[in-house]
Design a protein around this ligand. Structure first.
Ligand code: LIP
Length: 261
């Protein structure tokens, strides 16, 4: 896939940040045994990755707005465009030396995500999509799965922890879904969960209480791969709804009906 100048800028920024994160990830694995643990070190790694991405993207497109997990929102001279960035999605996995995390970069135009890049440097898998140009993984075209029976389908989700208020609703989701599907996976990265729906590796994904930067890039990957991605409430936009339901074309409706209760 050739991609636009914006997409190539996003890919360059993701790769540059990933080089820094991979170096830090090797150190984190060593820090697991330290009494203090790697918490502060990972926070610094997260912030440095966002600094790298911001420098690249705002250097190339200085007028675009910004929304980043670590540095927050900044308006741009161009009120119609903004970057939405999670420099390290799967932070807890990273912190524990679990090799399942990603850099996620999205471009939003007039409230709609029009380009997305999710890069998993440990597995060297670059997931990209642009509106109307399809979804790709390492230059191979991606399509959502063709599975049409819920009982054969597997789903990904994020299970709240640490007293998060969405736990009761998520447990009810699981109680309704588990008996009628082939299984649920909790891998710890919303961005990669959505990328895996787009790649057909998992048939659907949902999560309550996640941020725009967790999901923005994954939304366009799923849609350009032939899937559907909507808010938890019927008709709601995920980025405004704080949650998402995504799935392949055949299963989205029955899956969404279960989650919406
Ligand atoms: C994470 C999400 C994940 C969710 C975690 C966390 P982070 O994002 O990708 O799906 O379950 O609670 O929000 O914090 O690693 O960028």
């Amino acid at each position: 896939m050739q991609g636009s100048a914006n997409l190539n800028l996003m890919i360059k920024a993701a790769r540059k940040a990933a080089r820094s994160l991979v170096k830090d990830f090797r150190e984190v694995e060593n820090l697991q045994v330290s009494a203090k643990g790697p918490g502060d070190f990972v926070s610094r790694a997260d912030r440095e990755a966002e600094r790298i991405i911001k420098e690249e993207l705002r250097g190339g497109r200085p007028t675009y707005g910004w929304l980043g997990e670590e540095t927050g929102a900044e308006a741009g001279e161009d009120p119609t465009r903004r970057w939405i960035v999670d420099p390290l999605d799967g932070t807890t996995n990273f912190l524990h030396g679990l090799p399942h995390w990603a850099v996620s970069i999205a471009l939003e135009h007039r409230g709609e995500v029009v380009a997305g890049v999710i890069y998993d440097p440990v597995k060297d898998e670059m997931f990209v999509a642009e509106k109307g140009q399809g979804a790709w993984m390492n230059d191979r075209r991606m399509r959502v799965s063709g599975r049409g029976a819920m009982i054969e389908a597997i789903f990904a989700t994020g299970v709240p922890f640490g007293g998060r208020g969405t736990l009761p609703a998520t447990l009810q989701d699981l109680a309704r879904l588990m008996p009628v599907c082939a299984g649920v996976r909790r891998w710890g990265s919303a961005a990669l969960d959505l990328a895996y729906v787009a790649a057909g590796r998992v048939d659907g994904y949902w999560e309550r209480g996640i941020s725009a930067w967790d999901m923005a890039a994954g939304l366009i990957l799923v849609r350009e791969a032939g899937g559907f991605a909507q808010g938890l409430r019927a008709g709601a936009k995920p980025l405004e709804d704080g949650g998402v339901i995504a799935g392949n074309a055949a299963l989205f409706e029955p899956f969404a009906a279960i989650i919406r209760g």
